[in-house]
Design a protein around this ligand. Structure first.
Ligand code: AMP
Ligand code: ZN
Ligand code: FE
Ligand code: FE
Length: 290
């Protein structure tokens, strides 16, 4: 049984429609797939239809953009996978709507900075996005590719869209502890996506103290996505130990963004069936279609 619990479609920053993502997953031998577009649930219905047509299982999810305050004035971006939340829960719906709006303002701000050096406009970025899709840096990357400024998305991220680079603007979004509580209130299961990635390996321990993780666990965090290509080996050991101590769920996933979106391939990391069973037991907001 191959279970992959993290993928993206054109409803956010993936390069393929929900149906195409499921078709590729079936071809890759994935039996159960979660669609987890950034801050949106608009892909769920198409995903459910595609899964049923292909004889696959579908786990509805969202990758919620949140921010954590660690130490004095330091803010880091935390992606929270929310499995099986009620999409009609009012407060969750409101927060996702606000994030989508602020992502647009932030995208425009990044483009304004890039426009000091390149002939890029916001309209060019919009031309690379489906109507209603969640806006992220990948749409700007695609624009830079079309303009011939860079070869592919990865090349755009290595300078123009680098979070340490001169053009970067961060997302203004919900605080992580608040998001964890909200996802739980909506009947969802919050799991940290690719934990301890974007953090410098030398300073990782000082950077993200145990206290930060314990606060998230205290707030109701259900698990860690330990098996993800961006989670370093050293971090995996640390996370597995912490998860063991708190009896948390461990998942593994691809974080697929399409064949031409990112190198991540469907099914390259998988989740154990008993871990998915625990998610299904905890998730009361919407059913998994298995
Ligand atoms: P944003 O949500 O706007 O901050 O953009 C982050 C998204 O960009 C994530 O979902 C990543 O999957 C994607 N991303 C980050 N780095 C790269 C890269 N090197 N190549 C392609 N996509 C990337
Ligand atoms: Zn993404
Ligand atoms: Fe992410
Ligand atoms: Fe993702």
């Amino acid at each position: 049984m191959r279970i992959d619990l993290h993928s993206h479609s054109t409803r956010s920053d993936g390069k393929e429609s929900p149906s195409e993502v499921f078709e590729h997953a079936a071809a890759a031998g994935v039996d159960i797939l979660a669609l987890t577009d950034h801050d949106t649930i608009t892909g769920w219905s198409e995903a459910a239809e595609a899964a049923s047509r292909l004889g696959m299982g579908f786990v509805p999810g969202i990758e919620v953009t949140t921010v954590a305050k660690v130490g004095e004035g330091r803010r880091i971006s935390v992606h929270l996978l929310a499995y099986l939340p009620n999409p009609n829960h009012e407060a969750l719906h409101t927060v996702l709507g606000e994030t989508k709006v602020s992502r647009e303002a932030r995208g425009r701000a990044i483009v304004d900075r890039l426009a000091t050096e390149l002939p890029i406009t916001w309209q060019m970025v919009m031309d690379h996005l489906e109507d209603g899709a969640t806006i992220g840096r990948p749409a700007i990357a695609d624009t830079l590719v079309t303009m011939g400024v860079v070869e592919n998305r990865s090349a755009a991220f290595s300078y123009y869209l680098d979070s340490k680079g001169p053009f970067y603007v961060s997302n203004d979004t919900v605080e992580v502890l608040e998001a964890i509580e909200l996802i739980k209130l909506a009947g969802g299961v919050p799991v940290i996506a690719h934990p301890l990635t974007g953090v410098n390996s030398q300073t990782r321990r000082q950077d993200l103290p145990l206290a930060h993780f314990e606060q998230m666990i205290e707030a109701g965090l259900s698990g860690f996505e330990v098996y993800h290509r961006d989670v370093p080996e050293e971090a995996r050991t640390w996370l597995l130990e912490l998860a063991g101590r708190h009896d948390l769920i461990i998942t593994g996933s691809s974080d697929y963004h399409g064949v031409h979106g990112k190198p991540n391939r469907l099914g390259e990391n998988v989740t154990a069936p008993e871990m998915l069973e625990r998610i299904i037991e905890l998730g009361t907001g919407t059913p998994a279609l298995l």
